[in-house]
Write a protein that binds this ligand. Structure first.
Ligand SMILES: CC(C)(COP(=O)(O)OP(=O)(O)OC[C@H]1O[C@@H](n2cnc3c(N)ncnc32)[C@H](O)[C@@H]1OP(=O)(O)O)[C@@H](O)C(=O)NCCC(=O)NCCS
Length: 215
């Protein structure tokens, strides 16, 4: 059994714990040791022994540890990762046992979380630290870059290109052969029917940018 911890003690952190439990029920492999977070004030449902401390405690670990980043916001997820400077930390790929994958040409980078009910068809490339939450679908030849997060029930059609750190809200749909620029946010329930530029927030049916991030 390998030691595993979750960074992020919020609701999604507890859902990732559920995912680890489901993987262990199918094939025991993870010894869950607890949660890291810089702020446990909203973690009332987590017992004291499972509160392992913040970033300093994580960086002080001196035994091999697998760490899952249970953080939905791609920009926060990337920032947290860049603060971890510990050669003992490794990032596992967690895939729920009922996830369907079409063929061996689906590649998935380190640190990805693929939740129950998700379906990936064929010839798909997924970068590092990507979250595909419950019941997402990803079509053929789609490419998803690092740090993207897809909330429950997002449908991505074939030949879609999604650049780094894109967030897609629950129930959104992305039509085939489109591109979504880096760090863009797609609102819940949106239908993306034209490519979206980087660093915008787009909502609605069809999805239209309502604002652009300023650096
Ligand atoms: C798109 C989103 C990120 C925007 O959040 P925000 O930046 O805080 O924006 P606001 O709430 O200020 O909304 C701005 C405007 O867009 C509208 N809007 C927000 N989200 C929308 C959506 N998903 N679809 C349509 N319109 C939306 C608001 O009604 C508001 O309109 P108004 O200016 O006419 O009042 C957010 O609403 C959203 O959809 N998040 C996804 C949440 C999700 O999927 N969570 C899953 C958890 S598991």
């Amino acid at each position: 059994m390998k030691n595993i911890a979750i960074f992020g003690a919020g609701g999604f952190g507890r859902e990732v714990k559920m995912l680890i439990d489901h993987i262990n029920a199918e094939s025991p492999q993870w010894n869950f040791i607890g949660y890291f977070d810089d702020d446990f004030s909203n973690a009332v449902l987590i017992d004291e022994p499972y509160r392992l401390g913040g970033m300093d405690a994580l960086n002080a670990i001196h035994e091999k540890l697998y760490l899952v980043l249970a953080i939905g916001n791609p920009l926060v997820k990337r920032k947290i990762l860049h603060k971890i400077h510990n050669r003992h930390i490794h990032y596992p790929v967690l895939i729920h046992p009922n996830v369907v994958m079409g063929n061996s040409d689906v590649t998935i980078g380190d640190g990805c979380i693929i939740c129950a009910g998700t379906i990936l068809t064929v010839d798909i490339k997924i970068g590092k630290h990507v979250i595909l939450n419950l019941a997402c679908t990803v079509g053929h030849d789609t490419i998803i870059h690092d740090f993207c997060s897809f909330m429950p029930s997002v449908n991505i059609s074939g030949e879609v290109l999604i650049e780094e750190a894109v967030y897609v809200g629950t129930g959104a749909k992305i039509i085939n052969q489109l591109e979504i620029g880096a760090e863009t946010v797609v609102g819940a329930g949106a239908v993306v029917s034209k490519s979206l530029p980087p660093k915008c927030t787009a909502v609605g049916v069809p999805a239209k940018p309502i604002r652009f991030q300023t650096d």
